[in-house]
Design a protein around this ligand. Structure first.
Ligand SMILES: NC(=O)C1=CN([C@@H]2O[C@H](COP(=O)(O)OP(=O)(O)OC[C@H]3O[C@@H](n4cnc5c(N)ncnc54)[C@H](OP(=O)(O)O)[C@@H]3O)[C@@H](O)[C@H]2O)C=CC1
Ligand SMILES: CCCCCCCCCCCCCCCC(=O)[C@@H](N)CO
Length: 326
């Protein structure tokens, strides 16, 4: 009996260790560090909110920073603010990501990019039945096709960069790009689309030492969110609240740390970490510790996910019942 207990305990301890070692050996791509100092970081949507916070922090870390957005006025304000606080002269480019020629011109002028952060995004929440197709197209064009334009324009010089150190392309998704959310049919589709783009692109550019990151913030205090909240459906508010809420500076900090450590998936808070484990799918995972967590919690995290669905569908049902009563 003692022998049996001993064997059992050793097995319980050895199995996880063996799994960890196995995962350490197989996780691909291998982990990588992306330096920022003295490198060219190009941020779209860098004049406001999360993008502006990213530009500030990248400049503070000694990067050469370029920002792109439509309004030159907002870009100049951002440039002045960053110049004042860091002493770094940020290059600004006024262009619409929907205009490929304008984007190509800006990228050519800016010079070879080491870290491209595709952060621009628009969000106009509404039930699809109520929403105009113009708004649906607007979100898909800016968020998804705009990302294609940026990457397509920047890739040639990124691939042929003389500095052979690891480079990065980071895409700003959203927790609504990991789970579909009421009121976000077009927005979620645009952000889920970024994931397909990112997974396929990582396979294509790994040979050029370019590493892709996908960032998944929850609701974040930005000028964009203030506008969004003026017209967000009640149910969107209720469901989005489950993801938590953050300051733009903290999202930018998590994002930059994730980019520097070459993480493919970058959650920003605890809820986001849960969501990322629950939606690991077939995305690359460079960290064997995270891979270990994903494997051992797979069953239980699915149960947690189903509980969330239960709560959400309950809210939807109650909301409909209440509407009928009025
Ligand atoms: N705030 C939030 O709750 C969350 C935001 N996100 C994502 O983070 C990103 C940034 O959001 P946030 O900081 O809130 O947004 P803001 O609305 O505060 O800023 C958006 C930025 O994108 C630029 N932009 C918008 N449209 C275009 C365009 N067509 N071409 C070029 N630039 C454009 C804006 O400048 P201009 O208008 O001058 O072009 C601005 O610089 C988005 O992708 C968003 O989806 C993800 C999760 C949560
Ligand atoms: C299994 C564990 C699950 C854990 C919690 C799941 C919570 C999901 C909530 C989704 C919130 C989506 C917010 C989008 C914010 C956004 O992108 C807009 N503000 C537009 O910018």
């Amino acid at each position: 009996m003692a022998d049996f207990n001993y064997a059992f305990i050793s097995l319980v301890l050895l199995l996880p260790l063996a799994l960890l070692i196995f995962l350490y050996l197989i996780v691909r791509p291998r982990s990588v560090k992306i330096p920022l100092k003295n490198r060219h970081v190009f941020i779209t949507g860098g004049s406001s909110g999360i993008g502006l916070a990213l530009a500030h922090q990248a400049a503070s870390e000694g990067a050469r920073v370029s920002i792109l957005a439509r309004s030159l006025k907002k870009l100049e304000e951002a440039k002045d603010a960053i110049g004042l606080s860091t002493g770094i002269d940020v290059a600004v480019f006024a262009a619409d990501v929907r205009d490929y020629d304008a984007i190509s011109k800006a990228v050519d002028e800016a010079g070879p990019i080491d870290v491209l952060v595709v952060n621009q995004g628009v969000f106009v929440p509404q039930e699809l039945a109520e929403q105009d197709m113009d708004e649906v197209k607007f979100m898909l064009d800016v968020n998804l096709l705009g990302a294609f334009h940026m990457i397509k324009a920047a890739l040639p010089t990124m691939k042929t960069r003389v500095d052979r150190r690891p480079a990065s392309i980071a895409l700003m998704s959203s927790q609504a790009g990991q789970v579909g959310v009421y009121g976000y049919t077009a927005y979620s589709a645009s952000k889920f689309g970024l994931r397909g783009l990112a997974e396929a692109l990582q396979q294509e550019v790994i040979g050029d030492n370019i590493h892709i990151s996908l960032i998944f913030p929850p609701d974040t205090d930005t000028p964009g969110l203030v506008e969004e909240e003026k017209r967000r459906p009640e149910l969107t508010n209720i469901i989005a609240a489950g993801g938590g809420r953050m300051k733009a500076e903290l999202v930018a900090k998590k994002a930059l740390n994730g980019i520097k450590s070459g993480s493919f998936i970058i959650p920003c808070n605890f809820e986001g970490a849960l969501l990322s484990v629950a939606t690991a799918g077939l995305s690359p995972q460079r960290s064997c510790l995270m891979a270990f967590l994903e494997v051992v919690t797979a069953g239980i995290i699915r149960i947690v996910g189903l509980c969330f669905q239960w709560v959400w569908y309950d809210s939807i049902q109650k909301w409909h019942a209440q509407k009928k009563r009025i």
